[in-house]
Design a protein around this ligand. Structure first.
Ligand code: ATP
Ligand code: MG
Length: 434
C-alpha cells in the first residue's frame, strides 16, 4: 500500500495521503467539507468548487457516506476545523463505495437496537464508543498478562475439545469427535491443575469457555473469555491476593493508557481504580447482611446459594469489590478443598463486583483419596476423570487458583448494561452468526 498518514498525525506544512471512511459531507455552497475518519480520528478536507479541479470536487461530493476514500493534499492550519488542520486536496479517489442505504447509522446519531448492531457489527464498530470498548478490552488483557508475568506465571493454552465436563453436566455443549461424543470445555480447571503438578508451578490462561446456559441474561454468554490462574504451594488467601492485584492492574492499565477511550465513553471523570484491598466477608456474614437488608421475601439460611437479588442487595451494601469466603462445602465443586479444622467449610471464594460475581476460586483438594471421595459425593464417576486423578498419585503439591470472567470484568469496569457490548461477536441462545 502507498504510504499514508493517520488523521491524528497530519501536521501543517506537509503533503500527505490520508485514507479512511467518509464520515460526513458538509456542503455550504461554494465550499464543502469532506470529513474523513480513520482509526486515529477525523480530518477535514476542504473543497473549493470554483477553484479546484472540477472532476476531483465532483468525485468527493458524490462519495456516499461510509465509502472508503483516499485523499492527497497539503495540510494547512485551520483553527475552525475540528482538529485545527485541514487538507487542501490535489487528488481524491473513492477506493470502495458504500451503498446509499446502510442497515444502521455508523455515526450513532440514529440509534439502533443491540440485535441490529450485532447483526451489523462491522458498521457498529465504526462508532467511536463501540471501538473504545474493544481498545479498552485489549488494554485490560495486556495489563493482566503483564501482571501475571511479573508474578512469574507461565501463559498456557489448554484444549477446548474435551471428553468430560467439570462444572455441571447440563451446561455442556456436546459435539461429535470422529464419531464419538465429546464436549466444548466449560473451564480449563482440570488442565491448569495438572500443570501445577508438572513443576511449571504457576500458570495462567486467557481463553474461551463454553457454557450451554439455560437462559439468556444480560451477564451470561455461551462463549466467554476466562482469565484463569493457578499456583502450586498457594492457599486460598494467597490466591485472593493475586486476584486483587490482577483486577487492580487491569483498571490501572486502562486509567493510564485509555484516556481517549474513556473520554469517548463519557467515563473520563468518574473512572476509578479500586483500592486493591477488597473486604473479605465470610459466607455466614454475607447471608446475615443480605437478610438485614430486607431485600428478600424469605430469609436465607446456612447452605442456601445466594440468589441474584441477594447478591445485588449485598453489593449495594458493600459498595465496592469484595470477596465471599468460607462457603458451605456442599455448594462448591468437588475439586475445592475444605478447611482442615472444619470439613463443612470450603476454602472456595467468590470475588464480587457490587453488580455481580466476577471470580470463583479456592484452594484445591490435592490429596488423592479425598479427591476421589469428592467426585463420588458430587455424583461424578472418577473413572471418567482418570487422566486427571491419576496425576494426584504421582506428587501433586497443594495449590490454589481462580477463574475471572473477562467480559464481566469489562462490563462492570465500564458500566455496560449488557455483557454482549463487550464481545465482538457474542454467542447466545439466539445468536450463532456473525
Ligand atoms: P454465575 O453463577 O454468575 O452464572 P458461575 O459461578 O456459574 O457464574 P464459575 O463456574 O464460577 O461461574 O466461573 C468463573 C467465572 O467465569 C464467573 O465468576 C464469571 O465471571 C465467569 N463466567 C462463568 N460463566 C459465564 C458465562 N456464561 N458468561 C460469562 N461469564 C461467565
Ligand atoms: Mg462461580
Amino acid at each position: 500500500m502507498d504510504e499514508r498518514t493517520y488523521a491524528a498525525d497530519a501536521e501543517p506544512g506537509v503533503t500527505v495521503t490520508v485514507a479512511g471512511w467518509v464520515h460526513e459531507l458538509r456542503d455550504l455552497g461554494g465550499i464543502a467539507f469532506l470529513i474523513v475518519r480513520d482509526t486515529t480520528g477525523r480530518i477535514q478536507v476542504k473543497l473549493e468548487k470554483d477553484e479546484m479541479d472540477a472532476d476531483m470536487v465532483d468525485t468527493a461530493l458524490d462519495a456516499n457516506r461510509e465509502s472508503v476514500v483516499r485523499v492527497d493534499g497539503a495540510v494547512e492550519e485551520e483553527p475552525r476545523a475540528p482538529t485545527g488542520v485541514e487538507v487542501v486536496p490535489t487528488g481524491v479517489e473513492v477506493v470502495a463505495e458504500a451503498d446509499t442505504q446502510l442497515p444502521l447509522d455508523p455515526s450513532g446519531k440514529v440509534g439502533a437496537e443491540l440485535p441490529t448492531r450485532l447483526d451489523n457489527r462491522t458498521l457498529d464498530l465504526r462508532r467511536e464508543e463501540a471501538q473504545a470498548i474493544f481498545e479498552i478490552r485489549a488494554e485490560v488483557l495486556r495489563g493482566v498478562r503483564d501482571v501475571f508475568r511479573a508474578h512469574e506465571a507461565t501463559e498456557i493454552n489448554t484444549p477446548k475439545i474435551v471428553a468430560t465436563g467439570t462444572e455441571g453436566g447440563t451446561e455442556l455443549f456436546p459435539i461429535t469427535y470422529f464419531g464419538e461424543e465429546a464436549f466444548m470445555n466449560q473451564s480449563p480447571q482440570l488442565f491448569k491443575q495438572l500443570m501445577v503438578g508438572s513443576g511449571v508451578e504457576r500458570v495462567f490462561e486467557i481463553g474461551p469457555i463454553f457454557r450451554a446456559e439455560e437462559h439468556n441474561t444480560p451477564r451470561h454468554l455461551n462463549e466467554a473469555t476466562s482469565i484463569d490462574f493457578e499456583s502450586a504451594f498457594y492457599d486460598h488467601t494467597e490466591a485472593m491476593d493475586v486476584c486483587e492485584t490482577v483486577v487492580t492492574a487491569a483498571y490501572d492499565a486502562v486509567a493510564e493508557n485509555c484516556e481517549r477511550e474513556l473520554e469517548a465513553l463519557g467515563l473520563a471523570e468518574e473512572f476509578e481504580v479500586p483500592s486493591g484491598d477488597f473486604p473479605r466477608l465470610t459466607y455466614e456474614e454475607a447471608i446475615e447482611r443480605i437478610n438485614a437488608t430486607g431485600a428478600l421475601d424469605e430469609q436465607l439460611v446456612w447452605g442456601d446459594d445466594l440468589p441474584t437479588e441477594g447478591e445485588h442487595a449485598l453489593g449495594q451494601d458493600v459498595g465496592e469489590h469484595y470477596f465471599i469466603t468460607d462457603w458451605p462445602a456442599d455448594i462448591k465443586p468437588f475439586y475445592i478443598k475444605n478447611h482442615d479444622d472444619d470439613e463443612t467449610l470450603s476454602t472456595g471464594f467468590d470475588m464480587m463486583h457490587p453488580r455481580m460475581e466476577l471470580v470463583s476460586g479456592g484452594q484445591r483438594e490435592h490429596r488423592y483419596d479425598r479427591l476421589i471421595a469428592g467426585f463420588e459425593q458430587q455424583g461424578l464417576d472418577p473413572e471418567q476423570f482418570e487422566y486427571y486423578t491419576k496425576m494426584f498419585r504421582y506428587g501433586m503439591p497443594p495449590h490454589a487458583g481462580w477463574g475471572l470472567g473477562g467480559e464481566r470484568l469489562i462490563m462492570t469496569m465500564l458500566g455496560l448494561d449488557n455483557i454482549r457490548e463487550g464481545v465482538l461477536f457474542p454467542r447466545d441462545r439466539q445468536r450463532l452468526s456473525p
